[in-house]
Design a protein around this ligand. Structure first.
Ligand code: DLL
Length: 441
């Protein structure tokens, strides 16, 4: 499936699309209504191109049908329930049949295999187990490959390090922000993490930049591979980079049909153009979704990859529509700020953005930690002048602050107030990092 010709893949997708349309039309009242309103019947779906005739599904539709209204099978066929907590109100609920769990294991196995995992590996799974799909998703994928899984879950950072040393873990599955936290704690404990057998991190569940990848690879002495997914579609395993190219995430296209649309008009965009990702689940039984709008921004590349796979690749997700800040008219994603910050070796990859409204103006404060080295110099200077200089007035720091503000202005076009913070002063995350504090609401 991962090396089919484009034409054969489209054939498979067309056939599967027709079947899933039939199932949802007959089993889910919401879809019967939505198809009827759009004036389309399942039997009119003849090829994958007909997907454009189908209505979209949104998170609001899932909420309106909370908890099980979108399920397409009776509860006796559901063997697992997961849920993702949103920022407001009730969680989004998804149900899996036995076949769904099997398919999920399969796509996760493909992803992890593409990222270099084999039966010889010891996979330390530091994604949270529970309603969140990260833990069990990576667990089943690793088992399907035949690797040895350590189901340690998120948190417990010191224990993570103990097991990593004692068991010789070779693959780490975790959020990128948690990996950085593990690195910090290792450093404090005097552990040289780069000298351990760990060789690859399969990281995702939150946006991260290429600069962050470099930072993680250098510090940890590993390859860092991006994996993408969301509970509504299956969990992790929708797409993943291959180890060979680390250039775009191979979509498991025979299970998940991706489209990019203009978020304002809903019109499909051609390959290469950035827009909102929309996915149709071609094989799901428990809760199949037609043209589900993810709010995530990406673009698609159909060119075959050097790894030999022919599946479409999606660009790394730089952020969600919902995460986008509009600061005095400029659209800003946190990951863009992250890229600029990490171009400076004096800064650490720990940052937070604080948005406030002063009168009618939105202001953006960028809090970022400085490196231990420059912090030490600042401290020494403060001591030598008998405490007369406070931290943020130390000349090197003033220059650094100005430089970063200028870079952000030049590259992203937004004026910010950069606040340099002492090392370890910004809260660490053991799961998804919270990058934005919005004080406007
Ligand atoms: O985060 C599933 C997952 C677990 C993916 C482990 C990868 C690894 P949710 O909690 O439903 O599911 O959150 C899904 O997280 O719509 C994106 O906005 C974001 N996201 C997930 N992976 C990435 C990534 C899991 N690699 C939401 N890059 C998605 C950027 C990501 N954003």
């Amino acid at each position: 499936m991962e090396t089919l010709s484009r034409e054969d893949m489209r054939q498979v997708q067309g056939e599967r699309l027709r079947q899933v349309c039939e199932r949802v039309y007959n089993q889910v009242p919401f879809y019967k209504q939505a198809f009827d309103a759009a004036g389309v019947k399942p039997e009119q779906i003849k090829s994958i191109d007909d997907i454009r005739r189908l209505p979209f599904t949104t998170k609001t539709d899932l909420r309106d049908n909370y908890p099980f209204g979108m399920f397409a099978v009776p509860m006796k066929d559901i063997v697992r329930i997961h849920a993702s907590s949103g920022t407001t109100g009730k969680p989004t609920v998804v149900g899996y049949t036995r076949n769904d769990i099997d398919a999920w294991s399969e796509v996760m196995a493909r992803c992890m295999c593409g990222a270099g995992t084999t039966a010889d590996d010891i996979v330390q799974n530091a994604y949270g187990y529970g309603l969140f799909t990260g833990g069990l998703g990576a667990h089943y994928g690793a088992e399907r490959i035949g690797a040895a899984v350590i189901p340690i879950s998120g948190g417990n950072t010191q224990k993570q390090l103990m097991l990593m040393q004692d068991f010789g873990s070779t693959v780490l599955t975790a959020t990128p922000s948690f990996v950085l936290y593990i690195y910090d704690v290792a450093k404090d404990m005097g552990i040289d993490i780069a000298s351990l057998p760990l060789k690859v991190g399969i990281l995702g569940a939150e946006p991260w930049s290429d600069q962050m990848r470099q930072e993680i690879e250098e510090k940890m002495g590993i390859k860092a591979v991006d994996i993408f997914g969301l509970s509504e579609i299956t969990g992790p395993g929708v797409s993943c980079e291959c180890l060979e190219a680390q250039n775009g995430l191979h979509v498991q296209e025979d299970y998940f049909y991706p489209e990019i649309i203009d978020p304002d008009t809903g019109e499909p965009l051609p390959y290469g153009e950035k827009g909102e990702l929309v996915i149709t689940t071609l094989m799901k039984e428990g809760i199949p979704l037609i043209r589900y709008r993810l709010r995530d921004i990406s673009c698609l590349n159909p060119e075959p990859c050097i790894c030999g796979r022919t599946t479409v690749r999606m660009a790394r997700v730089s952020g969600r529509n919902d995460d986008m800040l509009i600061i005095r008219g400029v659209n800003v994603f946190p990951s863009q700020i992250e890229s600029v910050l990490l171009m400076n070796s004096e800064l650490e990859p720990h940052y937070q953005l604080v948005v406030e409204r002063q009168g009618t103006m939105d202001t953006l404060e960028v809090q970022v930690e400085v490196s231990q080295e420059i912090f030490k110099r600042a401290e020494e200077a403060m001591l030598s002048t008998e405490g007369q200089k406070v931290f943020n007035q130390f000349e090197d720091l003033v220059a650094l602050k100005k430089k970063v503000q200028r870079d952000i202005k030049d590259i992203i076009g937004v004026t910010t107030n950069v606040v340099l913070k002492e090392p370890h002063s910004i809260a660490r995350s053991e799961g998804k990092a919270k990058r934005v504090i919005d004080k406007r609401q």
